[in-house]
Ligand binder design. Structure first.
Ligand code: 2AM
Length: 559
């Protein structure tokens, strides 16, 4: 079993100044694990070069050491529009506050990670960079802004960072001694770059007739893979684009699928690039800008101006690559198209099973995202890929650990789980695991969806768990079964006293699901509850909740 996030984040004792100065510190803030992986990769390379380095998660970094730091790299992602990852909230806040010290002796570099289908791409990386500069620190080289593919920008940035570390530490600290990496873990045979072909055992719709959502319960076999996961971890899936979509893109551009295209030192047919290596269901700003140039369409150019931010954002939430190609024709060659499209990235799904119960299987709860745009069908790449998989076919998968979203190692702790929609997935894993462990802490689930009749995901399992005492409370919010919307946060508010008492008693709180609305509204509701039942000002209530986040007792897995 992996350690819980609280243990994993154990703060190191403060180091003597001389030691701090002779080494590189890499601080990372990571929500889905990409920033962490890159930071650790960099740490390994720097260590291999015989230099001293420590790799620290942002919430375990002792900020009082900042003043002594001479060489600092920050690898940090941006969530959604412009949010820091949970593990870096405190650090970002500290650096932005009046308490942040002057840092004239510091040299630093930042690698920002983000998703260029959001207009505020890499905002947190950029913000930290500006802040460090304004505190007097010296930027060693340009801030990297890496997209989800992690190839184009991140890898060259790491190379450069290594080379700069060599130069900086060679001159300033000839006697640098190697600090062992704290974060090393033996890596499994199957990983992101080398996924496992997992046969699909079951693909079952679990929303009823009459539901406007197609939610699937999927079971995949991990037999023989040796892959292990803990409840809270995610399964990475490498989708392939559906053939009709690839055909439509080829047709719109009047390009031939069998044209050979070279990119990233590989040669494949254009069809293969589009099917397995490039994003088609998400529009990104760089591609949009390149297309605007080629089309010479003023309307598209205007959309790229700062004044059109919201309009572009709205457009990105509906349009896919094909929509842009069809509505605003431009000519592309096969080579330039492959170079301009974003490399395909795997999708992460919260795992819905506990391995101690299902053994060499992994279960998922997947909502098949499809909608119609002016009468034409559009869908999400991975959910389409999964929904269309027949039992017996395989999917390319890997495990993405999510240490910040693990169960308390202390089985006596109560847990509160807020998971509307498919956000309920990890909580199925939690309840399975806690039953298996014989945990004595109470389990409370809050679930919501449109209709009781058609959308009560895993209804029979929850009712069984309530009966057998594996689930202690279940609060339901069926939003459309009455005139006024009822959401999970309304149930939370009604139970405010109880929520507060559980939290005061040491409970861990988990939120999974929609980030932009649900998780934000739930957070506001928690502030209101802590204000009222804890007799605090709003400000103190916020600080109290932030403390829970830092302690790993309020964790979010939101998207
Ligand atoms: P709605 O679609 O009826 O508005 C899972 O998607 C559930 O989350 C649905 O019942 C959905 O309700 C609900 N939901 C929508 N917006 C929400 C919000 N801001 N907070 C909580 N739940 C929300």
């Amino acid at each position: 079993q992996r350690q819980t996030s609280v243990k994993g984040a154990a703060v190191e004792p403060i180091a003597p100044a001389a030691e701090v100065q002779a080494r590189l510190t890499v601080v990372y803030g990571s929500q889905t694990g990409n920033a962490k992986r890159l930071a650790e990769d960099l740490g390994r390379r720097v260590t291999a070069a015989g230099l001293a380095v420590r790799v620290v998660r942002a919430d375990a970094y002792p900020v009082r050491e900042l003043k002594q730091e001479r060489l600092l790299y920050v690898v940090i992602s941006t969530q959604g529009d412009a949010e820091p990852p949970d593990d870096a909230r405190a650090l970002v806040e500290f650096l932005g506050s009046a308490r942040a010290p002057k840092l004239e002796d510091l040299r630093y570099a930042v690698l920002g990670l983000g998703d260029s289908s959001y207009p505020q791409f890499c905002a947190i990386g950029r913000q930290l960079d500006e802040r460090l500069t304004s505190l007097g620190a010296h930027r060693l080289f340009a801030t990297g802004e890496a997209d989800v593919d992690l190839e184009t920008v991140a890898q060259p940035w790491l190379e450069h960072a290594l080379q700069q570390a060599r130069e900086q530490l060679k001159t300033s600290a000839p006697s640098a001694k190697v600090t062992p990496l704290r974060t090393a873990r033996s890596s499994p045979i199957w990983h992101r770059e080398q996924p496992f072909a997992a046969p699909l055992l079951l693909n079952q719709r679990i929303t009823g007739r009459g539901s406007d959502r197609d939610v699937r319960h999927l079971e995949l076999s991990l037999e023989g893979s040796g892959l292990r996961y803990a409840p809270g971890d995610a399964l990475g899936i490498w989708p392939t684009q559906s053939p009709p979509l690839v055909d439509a893109v080829l047709k719109a551009l009047q390009l031939e699928g069998d044209a050979p295209v070279q990119a990233n030192g590989e040669e494949h047919s254009l069809r293969m690039w589009l099917s397995e290596r490039r994003e088609l269901t998400q529009l990104t700003r760089p591609f949009f800008a390149a297309h605007a140039e080629r089309s010479g369409d003023d309307h598209l150019r205007e959309l790229l101006s700062p004044a059109s931010r919201d309009a572009l954002s709205h457009l990105f939430s509906r349009w896919q690559v094909l929509d842009l190609l069809q509505r605003h024709p431009a000519s592309w060659t096969a080579d330039s198209l492959v170079a301009a499209l974003r490399p395909l990235a795997p999708r992460l799904y919260s795992i819905a099973s506990s391995q101690s119960v299902v053994g060499e299987e992994v279960h998922l709860t997947v909502s098949h995202v499809d909608y119609s745009l002016d009468g034409e069908a559009r869908w999400g790449a991975a959910s389409r890929y999964l929904a269309a998989r027949a039992e017996g076919e395989s999917a390319s998968v890997f495990i993405e650990a999510n240490e910040r979203f693990h169960l308390p190692s202390d089985n006596d702790r109560d847990i509160i789980m807020i998971g509307p929609g498919t956000g309920v997935a990890p909580f199925r894993a939690f309840v399975q695991e806690r039953a298996e462990r014989g945990a004595s802490g109470r389990n409370w689930l809050l679930f919501g969806n449109p209709h009781f009749y058609s959308d009560f995901l895993y209804q029979a399992e929850w009712q069984q768990a309530l009966k057998s005492g594996q689930l202690h409370r279940l609060d339901l919010a069926f939003s459309r079964d009455q005139a006024d919307k009822i959401y999970v946060q309304h149930r939370l508010r009604e139970q405010g006293r109880r929520v507060y008492d559980w939290l005061e008693g040491g409970a861990h709180l988990y939120v999974c699901g929609d980030a932009s609305r649900m998780a934000r509204d739930v957070h506001k509701t928690l502030i209101a509850i802590v204000t009222e039942h804890g007799n605090r000002t709003t400000e103190d209530a916020e600080a109290w909740l932030n403390q829970l986040i830092q302690q790993g007792r309020y964790a979010r897995d939101v998207y």
